[in-house]
Design a binder for this molecule. Sequence first.
Ligand SMILES: Cc1cc2nc3c(=O)[nH]c(=O)nc-3n(C[C@H](O)[C@H](O)[C@H](O)COP(=O)(O)OP(=O)(O)OC[C@H]3O[C@@H](n4cnc5c(N)ncnc54)[C@H](O)[C@@H]3O)c2cc1C
Length: 410
Amino acid sequence: MPQATARRAIVIGGSVGGLFAANLLLRRGWDVQVHERATGGLESRGTGIAHHPETEAIMREAGVRDEQAPGVRVPGRCAVDAAGRVVARQDYPQYVTAWGRVFNPLRRAFPADRYHHGRDLVAVTQDADAVTARFADGAQVTADLLVGADGFRSAVRATVAPQVAPIYAGYVGWRGVVEEAEFSPEFAPVFEQFTFGFPGRGQTVGYPIPGLDESVAPGRRRYNFLWYYPVDGGAALTDLLTDASGRAHAYSIPPALIRPDHAAALQADAAARLPAPYAEAPARARQFLVQPIYDLESPGMAFGRVALLGDAAFVARPHVGTGVLKAAQDALALAEALAEAADIPAALARYAAARIPPSRAAVARSRRLGAFIERRLPQPEAEPALGLTLPRLLALSGRPVEGISEGIAD
Ligand SMILES: Cc1cc2nc3c(=O)[nH]c(=O)nc-3n(C[C@H](O)[C@H](O)[C@H](O)COP(=O)(O)OP(=O)(O)OC[C@H]3O[C@@H](n4cnc5c(N)ncnc54)[C@H](O)[C@@H]3O)c2cc1C
């Protein structure tokens, strides 16, 4: 436990980025409190993510002691054409996993009495000595450091860099998860694969993930699918984000409020355009998630005693599959910079200098991987100027932007 004289940190946002930062700072002697807007637990939410050894290492450093497999092991990736024929392969053994497989252990590693639900940040003020957060319920807390880990619509960022807004990329990710036991026997050969599909417009991705209980035992796993689906900005996107009561949600819609007619239209489109048996996944999904794809780049990550981290600072499109890893690396760099100096603004400036270049690189890589969807092309090779072949798309997707092997990097 931190000593009475410990430096105090407020973390805004209790998702993966906030929990990486909170755990790492706590274990370096900081007095940390996490303030999360959601009133209920986030445990059961989320779909699939690519997993990386780098994430695992930072989880251990954050205090996670977990002997379970980090996910389901896949040997590589393959691309199938509109008829379901494999047209490209790439060996790349890796774990694919569920978002909860990272979030849940981080949450268990952090003391429950330091994690506060229902705290909606509305204002941040700071002076030379301290920083203060104010919440919608009237509560107010003061500390030496404030970490804005409150996601792509960050209220913290709105106070320090109000000019930054997410830019819609012209397509959404329809996501869903299906229990392994619910599939037909014909789906079995597909279930184990990490597959990229090109149905003529957009792109599909599918892979196995652990069960809700984190089991990777055959029969207890789940299948994660994602369809990058063109939706024009303006009226079409507004309609997709409008719930059954007629309320139009800004930027994203809670999964439970997605209108059944939109989900049914996606399923009909899947039946018409995805090769069998790939259409089974959307057909059998009970709940969908719609993720409009945005680009977001902040001008900085350090503002006096305020640090931005994870999606609050930079959002790379999901093609790179490194959103969780990027947040973890931000958190580690932040904790390390703060360990070296008593001067918090100076430490945060060093943190920003270390993390802005790789964050920009991730955003640029992800834009490149999604450019053919944005341009409404059937696949990247349809436009040679994009400089992206199918094998290269397979090689670059779902893996860290930094430190990948020779011959693969840009
Ligand atoms: C429930 C959930 C499920 C997810 N599932 C997936 C997934 O399956 N696959 C995937 O690739 N990515 C998923 N993500 C997104 C993923 O976590 C991020 O893209 C990335 O990992 C960076 O995380 P982050 O902590 O920076 O941001 P986020 O994960 O977006 O977390 C931001 C947190 O801040 C909280 N918050 C927002 N505003 C305020 C405020 N004003 N005051 C206090 N708290 C606030 C939010 O409730 C949220 O918990 C999910 C996020 C959440 C919250």
